[in-house]
Design a protein around this ligand. Structure first.
Ligand code: ARG
Length: 408
């Protein structure tokens, strides 16, 4: 494990095309005289990855992979998280946290294929993402060395990084960059830094990328019928969509209504609190609808038990423990129950929020003849009396004891 001093010949770097990871290519070549292979992973961040690939090669990477991981990301990572109804601290649907272990998986795959001796990522030493990368890599290949240059390099500020980039002919985006740190994929956008660092300051409109302000949303509500099969969303208004197209469509529709914006102070794994804002219109619509469908098809005890697991699942994902047997076991639990989570949910989109206005399923446990207060009612009301007698029996016994004691 302690291979810090061994020679590094070839590394695989998670490359985003941004300033940090661009400098990292050069920095690695300088420091280790090693070959740098880059991976630009497409999780739906809507960037020109071929351009990013060219940039990597131009800076000096020996090879650059572009991998479209969008479908895999949704099917293997986001949908299981949806089955669990996982959101961190009641708000964050975990877009970034779900993306990292998949990127780590691909980094390790490429490192093994290319015979590389280290894997490199651009995360800082005080964030959650370093944990997700490091722990995932450790879990998948314990022999690989992990290098996180930002944790150890000499640059103290963005200005110093820019100087270094200029010195080495690395193009620095000339456009006036937004003062935020942004991570985007199909499950959502995470935005931090800049004025957001003051938790008292309202996030400015220009901090949001894929949702518009609810104030500017259409006043007319929009109804959507979502179809689920075994817990997975498969169609909108009767029309089938691939997972990628479905999320794109819901992000676009939900975004127009300003749905799925979250402003929160969250507890990071490394012990500090951070203020972050999130946009997750598609994920929010799906999480709301999925939960509603579960309420129709799962019995009470299963549902209540599952509610507790949702929090634990979100913690596991947030804490970087995706590649653990614990997470696999929770997925196995959800998977059994999702067999019944098939049906339709009618969602109403309004400025700033969405809610369910109808649900149906062939596995529905709802029986109108049992629930109705009309003449059609078939519920055994007499049975109710005996039910109460037995249900309350322990409390009755205890009450009788109290009376006995008070008389002693
Ligand atoms: N706080 C979020 C998480 O830990 C997002 C982290 C990445 N955010 C960013 N803007 N780069 O999952």
């Amino acid at each position: 494990m302690d291979n810090k001093n061994s020679k590094v010949n070839k590394v695989v770097l998670a490359y985003s095309g941004g300033l940090d990871t661009s400098i990292i290519i050069k920095w690695l070549m300088d420091k280790y005289q090693c070959q740098v292979i880059c991976l630009a992973a497409d999780l739906g961040q809507e960037e020109d990855l071929e351009k990013i690939k060219d940039k990597a090669l131009q800076i000096g990477a020996t090879k650059a992979y572009v991998e479209d991981l969008r479908q895999e990301f949704l099917v293997r990572y986001c949908f299981p998280s949806l089955w669990a109804n996982a959101v961190y601290e009641g708000k964050y649907p975990l877009a970034t946290a779900l993306g990292r272990p998949l990127i780590a998986e691909k980094l390790v795959e490429i490192a093994e294929r290319e015979g590389a001796d280290a894997v490199v990522h651009g995360s800082t030493g005080k964030g959650n993402d370093q944990v997700r990368f490091d722990v995932s890599i450790m879990a998948l290949n314990s022999e690989l060395r992990i290098i996180a240059p930002v944790r150890e390099w000499e640059f103290k500020s963005r200005e110093e990084e820019i100087d270094y980039a200029k010195k080495h002919n690395i193009s620095v985006p000339v456009t006036k960059e937004k003062p935020y740190s942004i991570d985007m994929n199909l499950w959502g956008v995470s935005i931090e830094c800049g004025v957001l660092e003051d938790p008292w300051v309202e996030p400015p409109q220009d901090a949001y990328l894929i949702t518009q302000s609810p104030q500017n949303a259409p006043q007319k509500s929009l109804y959507l019928e979502l179809s689920f099969e075994e817990g997975n969303p498969v169609a909108i208004d009767g029309k089938s969509y691939s997972p990628v197209d479905l999320l794109k469509k819901l992000n676009q529709l939900g975004g127009a209504y300003g749905i799925g914006r979250f402003d929160m102070v969250e507890n990071r794994l490394v012990g500090i609190k951070s203020r972050e804002i999130y946009e997750a219109p598609g994920a929010t619509i799906l999480l709301t609808a999925h939960k509603e469908l579960e309420s129709l098809v799962l019995d009470r005890e299963t549902m209540h038990f599952k509610e507790g697991i949702a929090t634990k699942y979100a913690e596991l994902v947030y804490y970087g423990l995706w590649h653990s047997e614990f997470r696999e076991a929770l997925d196995a639990f959800s998977k059994v129950l999702q067999k019944q989570v098939t049906g339709q949910v009618r969602m109403k989109l309004q400025p700033g929020y969405c809610h369910c206005v109808g649900r149906k399923s062939p596995f529905s446990l709802y029986n109108e003849d049992l629930a109705t207060y009309t003449q059609r009612d078939i519920f055994d009301h007499k049975g109710g009396e005996y039910f109460c007698k037995l249900w309350g029996l322990p409390l009755k016994l205890s009450a009788q004891n109290k009376i006995k004691k008070s008389k002693e």
